[in-house]
Design a protein around this ligand. Structure first.
Ligand code: GTP
Ligand code: MG
Length: 686
């Protein structure tokens, strides 16, 4: 493809509730623009966008795809994002590098939870958008009911720019309310509006013209004066209104039958902004944000918005250029890391296809393999004029699984393959729980982690099982005590002798462990004290109740005795450990569990259900903050009760809620619960 000027590029993201037909629509766009010659299908696993084996297998999109094509001299970079909530990082990244969006709504299901979510994201980002009512060929498809739903939810600024001709089996094409022509079949043939629809088209056109005029004093005056507005005036007015998010035109069609797609492309090119019209936020002086305008003749500024790990090609980095250009076989300055990065051959991607290109200019997107320091969110710029584009913000992980490799060989490859996966997915984290020793994979939900495990197998040949992470319980004591242990053995030659007295005191939660030496008069020689401490430390690893680590205790060694020949460090270590164990049993030990601070944000109507559910989870509700129809509920709740909260919250709110969770403190487990935990642990140890 040739280089395009800033005015002749459109970067736009397809957004929707899952399954509304974004990928099918992107396939139809590629087909209509002749970027591909065969129209692939989701059901056959043959679309350009969903080429990943996991996408083919599950018939859902998992990764965002860049799908460039050309429509009447304009380069359109279509970004097909997944609809499934677990993969929202891809949505955030794709939105960030787009000047506009098309929200796809299924004509049979209407507005769904995911539609609301995507709308909210677009509002937050003030992203100019179109709505495409898809699947008009489907049973139960109803354009007018769907538009009513859209307007009820998102307001009257969503106005039809088109009407469908027929529906279901009889869906034939669309009417454009600006040109007042009909476009039927694939490829679309222009014709007159069927007489049965003329009146309706007239009244919808009236609403559209009114919406456009309302946004422009000049047009409004003419309109109210009864003057007929020209197609050009209306089209320009609509363009301005869309750019300001004052009007959201509603289009329609069928991705599967490739109907309405060329008109959608027209609308994308006519009404959505070009890179020239929308800058990007950069980190300015004193932490303030500035806007960087797109500019072709200026030093480089490009944002890395996606990284993929390919076992054969290695790392592939996708970037969007805002300013200047990036060349194959050059050097750039990674301003985020403060390091030089060598650039090899540049590519333009289309699904899995890579086309080598010498340069990628401002407004456009490209990819490059094998970068060494660069990660998602970094800015590539010039060394002389470095800028940092504000990085994309991704949600924090809220759901964790423990990862168990199946074989010894899998253990060895686990770390490296996990770290490559987490590099690909900014919402995926790997950690090791130092208490339980488990490797923990965290993300946004069950599906994401399940897909990640599949990917490890397929891409890196590492087979793993996922299971609910162990809760890092701890043990402590509730009273003070004194305990003695004498380690004494006489076996032939010289014997073994170590003897200590310990005093154990409970400490407040969060104090940790303390060891104090109060031995006087050399009753235990100084050189043996570290050995006693070592014994105590080791014994702390496994408590007497359920083998959990012991915490919040002060241990004082205050007395003991020794033998000039038989005593040794190891003997005092054994004595220290023995005395501690004895003391722990005497001092009314209890189990401690991690308590988390949780903050749940839900639409107000769900407040009662959320609190009811939290109460069954032993939570202490601490406060509520109603705001804009939402309620934020703060509570403290044991970790063991909310390890699967991502799933519970989704089912209570159908996906309308969100939450954050962080560790607060350890707290005593109530006796009835403790009994169960101890019994389970004993069974496990046996
Ligand atoms: N009848 C009909 N079915 C469609 C149409 N568009 C998509 N579908 C079907 O709807 C299902 C989902 O389509 P996708 O294109 O995968 O939808 P998506 O929005 O990309 O889904 P996610 O990326 O997983 O959110 C598939 O079975 C498609 O064949 C359409 O215009 N008409
Ligand atoms: Mg898809």
């Amino acid at each position: 493809m040739a280089q395009y000027g800033l005015n002749n590029i459109r970067n736009l993201v397809l957004l929707s509730h899952n399954g509304a037909g974004k990928t099918s629509l992107s396939e139809a766009v590629l087909f209509t623009t002749k970027a591909i010659t065969r129209l692939g299908k989701i059901d056959d696993g043959t679309t350009t966008s969903d080429h990943d084996p996991a996408e083919v297998k599950h018939k859902i999109s998992i990764n965002l795809s860049i799908l460039p094509c050309e429509w009447q001299g304009t380069k359109v970079n279509l970004l097909d994002a997944p609809g499934y909530a677990d993969f929202v990082a891809e949505v955030k990244a794709a939105m960030r590098v787009s000047e506009g969006a098309t929200i796809v709504v299924c004509a049979a299901s209407g507005v769904e939870v995911g539609t609301e979510q995507m709308w909210e994201y677009c509002e937050e980002a003030r992203l100019p958008r179109l709505i495409f009512v898809n699947k008009m060929d489907r049973e139960n498809a109803d354009f007018y009911r769907t538009v009513d739903g859209i307007q009820a939810e998102f307001g009257a600024k969503c106005v039809p720019l088109q009407l469908p001709i027929g529906a279901h089996n009889d869906f034939q094409g669309v009417i454009d309310l600006l040109t007042m022509k009909s476009y039927s079949g694939s490829p679309a043939k222009e014709g007159e509006i069927p007489s049965s629809l003329q009146e309706r088209a007239g009244s919808f056109r009236e609403k559209l013209v009114e919406a456009i005029a309302e946004d422009d004093d000049n047009l409004l005056e003419k309109y109210l004066g009864g003057e007929e507005l020209s197609l050009e005036q209306l089209s320009d007015g609509l363009r301005r209104a869309v750019a300001e998010c004052q009007v959201v035109p509603v289009l329609t069609g069928s991705a599967l039958q490739d109907v309405g797609v060329s008109l959608l492309l027209d609308a994308i090119c006519h009404y959505l902004p070009s890179p020239k019209e929308r800058g990007v936020a950069v980190v300015g002086d004193a932490g303030k944000q500035d806007v960087l305008e797109a500019n072709q003749d200026a030093p480089l500024a490009a944002l890395v918005f996606k990284t993929t790990a390919d076992p054969y090609v290695g790392k592939l980095t996708c970037f969007r250029v805002y300013r200047g250009a990036i060349d194959s076989n050059s050097q750039v300055w990674n301003a985020t890391r403060g390091e030089t990065e060598r650039i090899g051959q540049l590519f333009v991607l289309r699904g899995k296809n890579q086309e080598p290109v010498p340069q990628v200019g401002a407004g456009d997107m490209g990819a490059v393999a094998k970068l060494s320091v660069t990660n998602t969110g970094d800015t590539l710029s010039s060394r002389d004029k470095p800028v940092k584009i504000v990085p994309i913000s991704f949600p924090e992980p809220i759901f964790s699984e423990a990862v168990y490799p199946r074989t010894k060989a899998d253990v060895d490859k686990l770390g490296s393959s996990l770290s490559r996966l987490t590099e690909e997915e900014p919402t995926l984290r790997m950690s090791r729980d130092s208490d339980t020793g488990e490797i923990i994979l965290s993300g946004l939900g069950e599906t994401q982690l399940g897909v990640a495990a599949e990917k490890m197998q397929r891409k890196f040949g590492v087979a793993v099982d996922l299971s609910r992470p162990k809760v890092p319980y701890r043990e402590t004591i509730t009273t003070s005590t004194k305990a003695e242990y004498k380690h004494k053995k006489q076996t032939g030659g010289h014997g073994q002798y170590g003897h200590v007295w310990l005093e154990l005191e409970p400490l407040p939660r969060g104090s940790g462990r303390e060891f104090v030496d109060k031995v006087v008069g050399g009753r235990i020689p100084k050189n043996y004290i570290p050995a006693v401490e070592k014994g105590v430390d080791e014994a702390f690893h496994e408590g007497v109740l359920a083998h959990y680590p012991v915490d919040d205790i002060k241990v004082i060694v205050y007395d003991g005795s020794f033998h000039p020949v038989d005593s040794s460090e190891i003997c005092f270590k054994i004595a220290g450990a023995g005395a501690l164990k004895k003391g722990l049993s005497q001092a009314q030990p209890v189990l401690l569990e991690p308590i988390m601070n949780i903050s749940v944000r839900v639409p107000e109507d769900y407040t009662g259900d959320i609190i009811g559910d939290l109460n069954t989870k032993r939570a202490q509700v601490q406060g509520m903050n109603p705001e804009d129809g939402y309620n934020s509920i703060q509570a403290q709740v044991p970790l063991s009760e909310i390890q699967r909260y991502a799933i519970d919250l989704k089912s209570i709110t159908q996906g309308r809620g969100s939450f954050t969770v962080e560790f607060s403190h350890y707290q005593e487990v109530p006796p009835s619960v403790a009994q169960k935990v101890i019994a389970e642990r004993q069974a496990e140890k046996a």
